[in-house]
Design a protein around this ligand. Structure first.
Ligand SMILES: [Zn+2]
Length: 238
């Protein structure tokens, strides 16, 4: 083996080792690092408001991971991990979805702004709602899917009404647009919550899922009097 061949082989071995040891696929970019910082700050503000409302939780604040997550947010109570996405991680189909939500002829900047409110505010706090449900022993094993999903939306709605009403204003316009443009997937004569609970396993990954999220949130929007954040936290129980 010549010196040059040995050097090349050693370099190759070092590169291979570096690849095996690298922290990918979660390597940070400036954009994902900013998202992680902002998401951590929002998580901490949410939890400080839980404490201010007089509540505590024995579960640690969730670990935040920034990666492409198909539903733009997900809380896993088995690992206490909250996954959130970033605009730079979206695939073309996902970006096209937000361009469509932003309205006909929208720029990428307008679509990005909708994504920030929907994913990093509304959905992110919905996922923190699932963390709070875990704190209160309310999970999909102890409760029906409608109660769990509607409960997380109720927490997000109460939090944003208190902290930034422009978030629910935007989300309600999106939810109403979904309901106006997509037919109800619920067979005539069946209750929406019962149908959701019975068919949850197949609805989750289906195109009908946004319709159910829209329907349950619009129903929550009609709740009178509007429940406070503290009242919603208190009523989250198994
Ligand atoms: Zn959820």
């Amino acid at each position: 083996m010549s010196l040059r061949t040995r050097t090349v082989s050693r370099l190759f071995a070092v590169l291979l080792l570096a690849t095996l040891c690298s922290p990918s696929p979660h390597a940070q970019t400036p954009a994902t690092a900013t998202t992680l910082r902002n998401a951590t700050a929002l998580r901490d503000t949410f939890i400080s408001q839980v404490h201010a409302a007089g509540f505590t939780c024995t579960i640690a604040p969730p670990i935040i991971v920034v990666e492409d997550v198909p539903s733009f947010g997900q809380y896993d109570d088995s690992t206490n991990t909250l996954r959130t996405s970033d605009w730079t991680l979206l695939n073309p189909r996902e970006k096209a979805f937000f361009i469509q939500l932003a309205g006909p002829g929208s720029t990428e900047d307008a679509a990005h702004a909708v994504f920030e409110k929907a994913a990093h505010q509304w959905i992110f706090v919905h996922e923190l709602g699932h963390w709070w449900q875990a704190c209160r022993n309310l999970t999909t094993t102890s409760s029906q899917p409608w109660q769990v999903e509607s409960g997380a939306n109720r927490i997000s709605l109460a939090y944003w009404r208190k902290n930034d009403p422009s978030v629910p204003t935007l989300m309600f316009s999106l939810f109403h647009a979904v309901l106006d443009h997509a037919p109800s997937p619920v067979p005539a004569g069946q209750a929406v919550d019962t149908y959701f609970n019975t068919n949850y396993q197949t609805l989750g990954p289906s195109p009908a899922y946004p319709w159910f999220q829209s329907k349950m949130t619009v129903m929550l929007g009609d709740e009178k009097p509007e429940p406070t954040f503290a009242a919603v936290l208190a009523s989250t129980k198994n």
